[in-house]
Ligand binder design. Structure first.
Ligand SMILES: Nc1ncnc2c1ncn2[C@@H]1O[C@H](COP(=O)(O)OP(=O)(O)O)[C@@H](O)[C@H]1O
Ligand SMILES: [Mg+2]
Length: 205
């Protein structure tokens, strides 16, 4: 049986990694198997591409280059890790995926979202995502607002507003795939909301 593909999405600093850590702990505690990966990265080549994308000194990088680098990193991750795991019936949970490209390169960098989608689908051979957990919080309300760690996080607030708007458009466009979770101050409460969404879809128990 083919495994399931779940992605976590949302603006910078809204708690994706925090929630993925809680989910990983829950899966281990309850003896459920899942493969956790992050984007961009997750393979040797993808991590090398990641450092080129993220490096603050690469300020001259064009939007097209950035879009293609994300897609290249994704192609490698899908072929090396994700497809084989799904083929073994495993649950794969990815910190960011195609919707991040739509939000950041589409919304943020103003590249036509249909082009971004086409490039991503080429990179992944149209890999189907079973469920996307969209942590729906505006960049202004994000838990982390001061620490600007990489080239994309360091973009101005206009950029991050466009990213958020593109996420909202995407969530409206695909309501069956994308579940919107409004995070709470209490991380545990958000965690429980996410568990409920995953249980409702029969992805975990
Ligand atoms: N519910 C919360 N309340 C307060 N701070 C939080 C909450 N969730 C996450 N954080 C903090 O916000 C920061 C960003 O969270 P992180 O999980 O790294 O976000 P992301 O992966 O979406 O960028 C971290 O310092 C984290 O500890
Ligand atoms: Mg993170």
């Amino acid at each position: 049986m083919q495994g399931k593909m779940v992605t976590f999405e949302g603006c910078d600093g809204v708690g994706k990694s925090t929630q993925l850590k809680l989910l990983k702990e829950y899966m281990e505690k309850t003896g459920q198997e899942a493969v956790f990966v992050r984007e961009p990265g997750g393979t040797k080549i993808s991590e090398q591409i990641r450092s080129v994308i993220m490096a603050v000194e690469n300020s001259e990088m064009t939007a097209k280059t950035e879009t293609l680098l994300y897609a290249a990193s994704r192609a490698q991750l899908v072929e090396e890790i994700i497809r084989p795991a799904l083929g073994q019936g495993k649950l794969v949970i990815c910190d960011r995926f195609i919707d991040s490209s739509i939000a950041y390169q589409g919304g943020g960098r103003n590249i036509d979202v249909n082009v971004v989608r086409a490039i991503s689908n080429f990179a992944t051979d149209n890999l189907k995502i079973d469920l996307t957990v969209f942590i729906d919080l505006s960049p202004d309300d994000a838990f982390r607002t001061v620490k600007k760690e990489d080239r994309l996080e360091a973009e101005n607030s206009d950029f991050h507003s466009r990213v958020y708007k593109a996420y909202i458009d995407e969530a409206d466009r695909e309501p069956d795939r994308i579940v919107r979770i409004t995070p709470c101050i209490d991380k545990k409460e958000t965690h429980n909301k996410i568990l409920e969404a995953l249980r409702n879809r029969g992805i975990i128990h």
